[in-house]
Design a protein around this ligand. Sequence first.
Ligand SMILES: Nc1nc2c(ncn2[C@@H]2O[C@H](COP(=O)(O)OP(=O)(O)O)[C@@H](O)[C@H]2O)c(=O)[nH]1
Ligand SMILES: [Mg+2]
Length: 351
Amino acid sequence: MSFAFGSAVEPASFGSSKPETGSLFGRATTSGTNSISSLAIAAATSPHLGTKSARKTEKATIPQISPLDFIPLLENQWRNMDWSEEAKETLMESVRSFKPASESVTEARVLLIGPVGAGKSSFISSVQSVFSGRVINRAMVGSSSSTSFTKKLRSFRIRGAGEKADEPTALVMCDVMGVGEGETTGLTLHDALSVIKGHAPEGHQFSPEQPVGADTVGYVRKPSITDKVHCVVFVVDASKVASYPKSFGTTFQQLREHISNLGVHQVALLTHVDQVCKSTGSDITQVYRSQNVQQAMVKAGALLGMATSYIVPVKNYSSELDLDENIDVLLLKAVDHILQYVNLYFQDNSD
Ligand SMILES: Nc1nc2c(ncn2[C@@H]2O[C@H](COP(=O)(O)OP(=O)(O)O)[C@@H](O)[C@H]2O)c(=O)[nH]1
Ligand SMILES: [Mg+2]
């Protein structure tokens, strides 16, 4: 079955027989490294955003404080979060001791999907940083020169379980090429589903002209449960969620429908929350008191067609040189959230 998944400008129709050239989030951004310029590109290339947005685009090139910054913080957190050191230790221990609820599987494979620059690679690096005890850059976080690194299917085993710091946890996070990187390169719906079904081999180089199929080198013909993806994590950037082209919503929702049909649960990370609220930017423990973040969550829910209860906010390590306990807690909470849905998959698929 072949799906053309829109070059993002026009929503592609279901089951379209157009050739397999459209990438999932194509054309919206050409560079994930500069949120302001890519926001401008997104607005400039999207016909959905009309002239009013074109004017906004000009403004967007000048860093400015959003009027939302003046919305006061809520008195109470709208989700319970314990920021204590004990809470962090408990979360770390639960990730370290995590075992998939299935006898035949030793590792949980989680796939991150989202527009380029959303923070997929950063999330993998950030989680690894928490377990390594120092900030590291493991998953080739985007910069214009390193984008090619994420054009492959790469799996990262989070390490740091047990006495030896290098012992692996049972969590493997898969990063595919930054969808939308460039005009004609990107992950198609077909290829995304091939990864989830376990057909695409590790290291596979995606190319829209050569969809994953029986003649792909290393093609996994009969994937076992260990080859499959056990949970899909959508990653969206809070600072761009209101300006993503409408077609992204269509793309996400088509993807979700297909992934749900495979019986794979989906959750979402709302990254860059430090950039939508000044108070949260300077003190991440304010994240659940921030109305800006709350509004971005609602927008992300609408974009993804997902209840906000599936979405968690995250602040990845980006410019920091040192770890921060509170950032760690929020990252660990996100991992814990993901693992709950991973286990639902195993519960659903146990004999
Ligand atoms: N301030 C901030 N920057 C982030 C966050 N997550 C990622 N970044 C930055 O956004 C850029 C793109 O991130 P990257 O992980 O490469 O995105 P990917 O294309 O989804 O893998 C990098 O410069 C990151 O440092 C975040 O939560 N907050
Ligand atoms: Mg990346």
